[in-house]
Ligand binder design. Sequence first.
Ligand SMILES: NC(=O)c1ccc[n+]([C@@H]2O[C@H](COP(=O)([O-])OP(=O)(O)OC[C@H]3O[C@@H](n4cnc5c(N)ncnc54)[C@H](O)[C@@H]3O)[C@@H](O)[C@H]2O)c1
Length: 666
Amino acid sequence: MISFADEIQQGIPTVLPAAKAWDPAVNHAPKRKEILSPEEKKLALRNALRYFPKAQHAELAPEFAQELSTYGRIYMYRFMPEHPIYARPISEYPGKSQQARAIMLMIQNNLDHRVAQHPHELITYGGNGAVFQNWVQYRLVMKYLSEMTDEQTLVMYSGHPLGLFPSHTNAPRVVVTNGMVIPNYSKPDDWERFNALGVSQYGQMTAGSYMYIGPQGIVHGTTITVLNALRRIAKNREDIKGKIFVTAGLGGMSGAQPKAGNIAGVISITAEVNPKAVHTRHSQGWVDEVYDNLEALCERVKKAQAVHEVVSLAYLGNVVDIWERFDAEGIHIDLGSDQTSLHNPWAGGYYPAGLSFNQANDLMAADPEKFKEFVQDSLRRHAAAVNKHTAKGTYFFDYGNAFLLEASRAGADVMATNHIDFKYPSYVQDILGPMCFDFGFGPFRWVCASGDPKDLEKTDAIACAVLEEMMKNSPEEIQQQMADNIQWIKGAQQNKLVVGSQARILYADAEGRMLIAAAFNEAIARGEIGPVILGRDHHDVSGTDSPYRETSNIYDGSRFTADMAIQNVIGDSFRGATWVSIHNGGGVGWGEVINGGFGMLLDGSTQAQRNLTSMLHWDVNNGIARRNWARNENATFAIKRAMEAEPLLKVTLPNLVDDQLLEDLF
Ligand SMILES: NC(=O)c1ccc[n+]([C@@H]2O[C@H](COP(=O)([O-])OP(=O)(O)OC[C@H]3O[C@@H](n4cnc5c(N)ncnc54)[C@H](O)[C@@H]3O)[C@@H](O)[C@H]2O)c1
């Protein structure tokens, strides 16, 4: 059997490997929509075959044609490697560049069977968040990374490695673009077509940028959101007791909601129509109890409410039924949201009320138009039931899943009186935006490249010590965020959230990120820990322009622009990032968002110290400066602090107009 290192260095094997059987034990991506014309199908095959010498075409062409008609895509399953894919210690990767080896580690983590949603289709999360389009791209990229030097940069076009280009030591080793298209060609069907042709892919956020860290990121983000949402309706922890949180979805990201509800200390009720998803989260201990009967559920909720129990309940059924039944029963919902996958409403992201799970699955394939009518009808019912509760005092927020957007498109009663805004805020408008992003707090993360859990423990302790020291002098405005994150990092080891690489996430502001990273770099230089890879979720202060999510609390009319995300990735790339990425789509759908991220290897060197200071400072303050220019008060506070700390930073500040002055002008 070929060794791991040899198989990596081999790239595309010269002798064709045997065809592989489709493995039913693995969670596979659904069959994609048939969208190509016969001529376009030929083009897709021509595109796929260009990776191989002519002599192999006769054997591969019918196989790829078969994949295209069976799965809607050409994954080149035959070329799946022999080696198991998981994040190995960095020393086990072959190569001349330590930075390139760090990237190999991160790529393998994104495709690890324990981490990835559809590993054989190279999908990490979100149903379509791809690392590569096919297995030959994986093989080629790993080969390039194993042979490149620190004087080269690998250029990635939507999973396809364009090649290695000469650059310089402090340039990024890899530059990734995913799904970038001419804006007029950014409709969902355009993605289907380009992806089927093999010329573009949906990178989601951390899938196509090799920065996914498993469920930990989601648990942390959801806890921060639920906790801060509760702070809007309850003054202190005492007030939180007995509060009821109703939501939907126990899937990839949404499955963290009951766990977050328990950490925050409420009674959570999460509806989920898919029995498999309910079983997964229940067996993992992420949700405490399961009900498939509304009467029993209502009784259980009343009992929990009477004694202020902290408990998470799953309802196997449609969320619309809960909203309607709780209204009829007079059960008061304190906090409400929804995390069905409405970024993908017509292909299984949202199951309409009135149809069973199986009926819905059948209808969406047999009669897509009819299915669409059911979805839109259900959304109107869903919103009407939510409206009844909010009239009684429920605090409802959109969880960045395009619920309000799709409900409005369905004609549901969700528009504000000005007919422009929605009735309800998004979680970023009310919670993450003003409370976190505007101050610079966002999902900073790191991976210990040695793969040693002891390194993670040491970095946790280092990060905690840095935050505690910072908190002593932090202004009142950010004390709460500091305290939340200190509490999180203290409980991190105990919560055992590591799946795959030895990774950690916490929300930190620019100063926190720079100080923590510098402390890591010093510990590496002293030989106390191995190298550390820094990164973040794209769902952050500066990385993402998304008008209904990350930048939904931008009110100067610029939320449909994407200058911030583009500037961010350009700025990161010349300030020392080890790799950078920029994507169309991610979270809310193709064409709806531009988002970018970075990875940075800390090796204990003085160059790493210079890079981390320069790049992290920009990576956060870019977004704060823009949020400040949009007149976000907390961002102006934060950027003024940043300017006091760094004399080279000079940001344009907005002047506020007295609205009275404008009153009679138009
Ligand atoms: N958690 C986060 O941090 C976060 C942040 C921003 C946005 N989101 C958004 O949340 C959505 C969910 O993400 P995911 O990864 O969990 O997706 P997912 O598809 O894995 O899970 C959604 C679940 O909702 C269930 N569902 C659909 N319709 C339902 C209905 N009517 N009643 C009950 N259950 C229903 C589905 O069966 C599915 O299991 C996405 O649109 C995502 O972009 C999540």
